[in-house]
Design a protein around this ligand. Structure first.
Ligand code: ZN
Length: 220
């Protein structure tokens, strides 16, 4: 999965990411905006508000702004809240106007969250929403469209796990391909040799026929 990084400078850790963190959950948000992910992250980094989040995801791109082992301020559950201190915050973009761009951003977010659940060995119960921590109606459009529906999208991604072949498997296959190519070469050589034998034989037959014709002429 391709992640674009635009990381918060350490000089801003004090304001936006003061604590080390061991993630225990995902916290889902909607931006309530119509900007692409890279703008959301750039703005988060640039402004001097105490608001921060780890990832913004739009219909095309996943952009990271804060490392997963540092906290971010996004859940409005205070300096010691589980959301703010243990949650990987994910902002889904284009939620203000919705439409295809938002739908595709949700799809990409579901894929990404499924990856994270696998990576951290989290169950689907570790996918939480901003609303769980402060009562704010966020992720607003995802909630409008159905929270369970979004969880089901993540579960579907988990179930339709594509097994990527290991490097060992790829190397074995390459070796096998090389062997097959060698064997093919040998066969091709054999066929070429047989072809030249056949044309030699054909020539000999031709010579014999010519001789036979001469003998026939003499006899007649
Ligand atoms: Zn939120």
């Amino acid at each position: 999965m391709n992640i674009t990084k635009n990381m918060l400078p350490e000089s801003k850790y004090g304001l936006k990411s003061p604590y080390k963190m061991k993630p225990t959950r995902i916290v889902v948000h909607n931006t309530a905006n119509d900007a692409p992910a890279k703008n959301e992250i750039a703005y988060m980094i640039r402004n001097d508000k105490q608001v921060s989040f780890h990832y913004a995801i739009d219909d095309k791109e996943i952009v990271q702004g804060i490392p997963e082992d540092r906290n971010a301020w996004h859940s409005a559950d205070g300096p010691n809240g589980k959301g703010n201190r243990e949650g990987i915050a994910i902002e889904i973009c284009y939620s203000k106007s919705g439409g295809t761009k938002f739908d595709n951003a949700e799809k990409l977010a579901a894929k990404f969250i499924a990856e994270k659940l696998k990576e951290y060995s989290f169950g689907i119960d570790k996918v939480t929403k901003h609303q769980d921590y402060s009562g704010k109606y966020c992720p607003h459009r995802t909630l409008d469209k159905g929270w369970q529906r979004f969880l089901d999208m993540i579960s579907a991604e988990l179930n339709n796990e594509q097994v990527e072949p290991s490097n060992d498997t790829i190397n074995e296959l390459k070796l096998l391909l090389d062997t097959l190519n060698e064997e093919l070469k040998v066969y091709k050589n054999t066929i070429t040799a047989k072809d030249s034998e056949i044309s030699k034989l054909n020539k000999e037959i031709g010579d014999l026929k010519a001789k036979l014709d001469k003998v026939k002429d003499i006899v007649n």
